[in-house]
Design a protein around this ligand. Structure first.
Ligand code: CP
Length: 326
């Protein structure tokens, strides 16, 4: 068990060893149990975490704020529009200055080809840990919560389980690519058969796909890419169909929406769920475009674990904060 994680950033799960991730999950389970029993766990008394948001949020903001309070500390919500960033505060200055006021800096910056670099630039200047609340490339805390949820449903040994990480149609906006990229990176380290299902215009970054392939070579399991929506469901144990923008094909929102409209029938419904394994679970990070991306009958149905998945954001984030900010 790796226990010396004090001061570490968490920007991508790839930056942490598998053993370190297993430590984080062990702590998350312990904190979940303590909360269920009403046991106090004020591990970060008097500590402060700055939450810097450049993008909207429901789950991430509320779970980080609640988590810091439950750990005995304080989380500062900072909407970037209320700061002087638009008047010149640089990433280096944010890292230097906010790092002197607080014990950790968490950032959501999802702008394509910018967000991850920004978070890394803040981290390079910060004396305190920097936590990635989602960027253009990664969404590590979502995927750690997803892994915790999958292990709750199927046990800690996931070898032989097939996860279908699939694109789905959505009309609301061109969503970041960070969730599928982080999913293929982390699930491929736990012996799973990783199936990435997407139309040709919805490729992930080649470097990420290569890292996922390398992970399966090292940790077992397999990696395949499928371009047929129904085929992605066939026999899978874990179904994770969600929309993302065609960022590698075009950065133009209107052009991307036109491409997506060709695939309006990529909606998760009961017929497709029946193609999967009998005890398959349905996952989604939320928010979902209901009855466009997934039918109500599936997302509200017996195979859906979306609320457990959302809850586990709280526990993995508390574990990461407790381990890195103590
Ligand atoms: N899944 C997720 O990150 O939710 P929010 O965008 O609401 O934070």
């Amino acid at each position: 068990m790796q226990t010396d994680l004090r001061g570490r950033d968490l920007i991508s799960t790839q930056d942490w060893s598998k053993e370190e991730i297993e430590t984080l999950l062990d702590v998350a389970w312990d904190l979940k149990r303590k909360r269920a029993l009403g046991e106090a766990h004020a591990l970060l008394r008097d500590k402060v975490l700055a939450l810097l948001f450049f993008f909207t949020s429901t789950r991430t903001r509320i779970s980080f704020e609640a988590g810091m309070a439950q750990l005995g500390g304080h989380a500062q919500f900072i909407d970037h529009t209320t700061t002087q960033i638009s008047h010149g505060d640089t990433a280096k200055e944010i890292g230097e200055i906010v790092g002197r006021y607080t014990d950790g800096i968490a950032i959501r910056q999802c702008d394509w080809a910018f967000g991850n670099q920004y978070i890394n630039d803040v981290a390079a200047a910060s004396r305190v840990p920097v936590l990635n609340m989602q960027c253009d490339i990664y969404h590590p805390f979502q995927i750690l919560a997803d892994l915790m949820t999958i292990q709750e449903k199927f046990g800690r040994d996931l070898s032989g389980k097939t996860i279908n990480i699939s694109w789905a149609y959505a009309a609301s906006y061109q969503k970041p690519i960070s969730v599928p990229q982080s999913l293929v990176l982390l699930m491929s380290r736990f012996g799973m058969n990783v199936r990435l299902t997407r139309p040709p215009e919805y490729k992930l970054m080649p470097d990420i796909v290569e890292q996922a392939r390398e992970n399966t070579r090292r940790h077992g399991g397999s990696f395949e890419i499928v371009e047929d929506f129904d085929a992605g469901f066939a026999g899978a144990d874990i179904l994770y169909p969600k929309s993302w923008g065609s960022w590698l094909t075009t950065e133009d929102e209107a052009a991307s929406a036109d491409i997506g409209a060709q695939y309006r029938d990529w909606i998760t419904d009961d017929r497709r769920m029946a193609l999967a394994a009998d005890n398959a679970i349905y996952m989604h990070c939320l928010p979902a475009d209901r009855n466009i991306e997934v039918t109500d009958s599936v997302i509200d149905g017996p195979q859906s674990v979306v609320y457990d998945e959302a809850e586990n954001r709280l526990h993995v984030q508390k574990a990461a904060m407790a381990l890195t900010m103590r």
